[in-house]
Design a protein. Structure first.
Length: 156
């Protein structure tokens, strides 16, 4: 059984000059497992040096949640902190009002978008009602035949 993360982190805390190999030998696991635990806690090894060093925790300064290393905030905080104009739109299918970035909406319109849906479920329902079997009932027969062939039944 692999040692727990607190045990590995305790050894790193009391012996910051130890390598991951030293910690692994003391705890009784592989160096790779120590690396996995340290990375999950935001502790990385400096490639040029021998000893692991705390570089920077990959956490958002606003909320403390994990974030990518190349950005300042996590995605949720970045969306709330940025100053991009947002539009209030109404879903064509269910009538729910929702917000969308103005730039995103303009790009969507330039690409030929005409109707607005707040998620893919409403888009699918709209497509089913306006382009599916409800509009073309003659296709229902073809769908039934295909399902019977799939089940192995004999279509009549």
């Amino acid at each position: 059984m692999l040692p727990s993360a607190p045990k590995i982190l305790t050894f790193h805390y009391f012996h910051p000059d130890w390598t991951w190999q030293d910690i692994a030998a003391e705890v009784g696991c592989s160096r790779e497992w120590v690396r996995v635990v340290m990375t999950a806690e935001g502790i990385w090894s400096v490639k040029s040096g021998k000893n692991p060093t705390v570089i920077a925790k990959r956490v958002c300064p606003a909320c403390g949640e994990p974030k990518r290393s190349d950005v300042k905030h996590c995605r949720l905080c970045a969306n709330t902190l940025r100053r991009v104009p947002r539009l209030t739109l109404t879903c064509e299918m269910c009538g729910i009002q929702f917000k969308r970035d103005k730039v995103e909406h303009e790009v969507w319109k330039r690409r030929g978008g005409k109707l607005v849906f707040h998620n893919n479920v409403c888009l699918g329902r709209y497509a089913g009602q306006h382009y599916g079997y409800a509009v073309h009932p003659e296709n229902i027969v073809f769908g039934l035949l295909a399902r019977q062939r799939k089940k192995g039944g004999d279509p009549q």
